[in-house]
Design a protein around this ligand. Sequence first.
Ligand code: FES
Length: 362
Amino acid sequence: MTLIPMSWSRVLSPLLQPLRWLVRRRWLREAEVDAVLAWLQPGWRLNRVFARVEGREWVAEDMLALRLRCNGNARGWRAGQHVQLYLQLDGVRHSRSYSLTHVGRAGRIELAIRRQPGGRLSNRLLDHLPVGALLELGQAQGELCWPQESTGVVLLAAGSGITPLLGLLREALARGFTAPISLLHYIREQGQRPFVEELQQLMQRHPNLSVRWALTGQVQSDAELQGRFSAEHLQGLALDSVLACGPAGFVETVAQHWRGPLQVEAFTAPERSVEPGSAVRLGFARTRRQVTGDSARSLLEQAEAAGLRPAHGCRQGICASCTCTLLSGTVRDLRNGALFAEPGQLIRLCISAPASDVDIDL
Ligand code: FES
């Protein structure tokens, strides 16, 4: 039943501040407030983001653009950030992170989803998600931003790494960015060029934009570029700032070849050796469990091995779904070795390993 339209719930959302205040002080339960709001409008919640599917469009043979309209809790989002998308499959809640290729007015956004061989969630979204369906999203995260002062921007994308860069590119051109922009997109086959018609139209309308596709799988005589990224692909480009997005190995290779201003986003976690480290005590306070762990693996892996089921999403330190409070002890950030030992500090379980005995609020 829908008693009020989604657009009204967006307008009315700021008026719910007193209820949010009461929930923060635990005088009201959020789940009960949400139940009433959802009765009025299925996509309305006090704090959580829900979005209605307004359109679907295949933009490559293996990629679908989903156009969504969010409730009033999606605020301050930017194209190029990513959001966690949640879906219940056979009674189990799954989630994946997808980039925002467009952020428009009145809660309208676009996500592009690529088919993953054997990927249950992506395949369900691509093949069975109807227009009109309601989805839950997390809040947008991500630091990529357009280098507005740059005199020459090079965008390097591999696979679905095109999605955040396309979002940034569309906005920059709409704002009138006039310095040279070169986009190089690495894909396996010709049919996997997402948004190809739109990019070709953008090149015609904006002479400062050039787009080239490099085929990494199929050898094709008319391909503009062939093979994986190498430094020669940058030759002749107006090069001042680089934004690179794709698998970890791809962005690492770019970082080895370009020492200037660089922003990167990797879709997969860098390889890290999991050697048996020193034995440590892991205390999970809420579940009152104590187990022996090691100082090499992430707290997320070790909590799961101990039979706990912590909330998580990307498992790469991006989505923040696994954030937890450190109660005591020291943890090490697996990405850069930084140590954190302040009680009460928020840590991400998927990228934190214990560096001493630890207690966490889990
Ligand atoms: S699971 Fe996404 S940050 Fe840990």
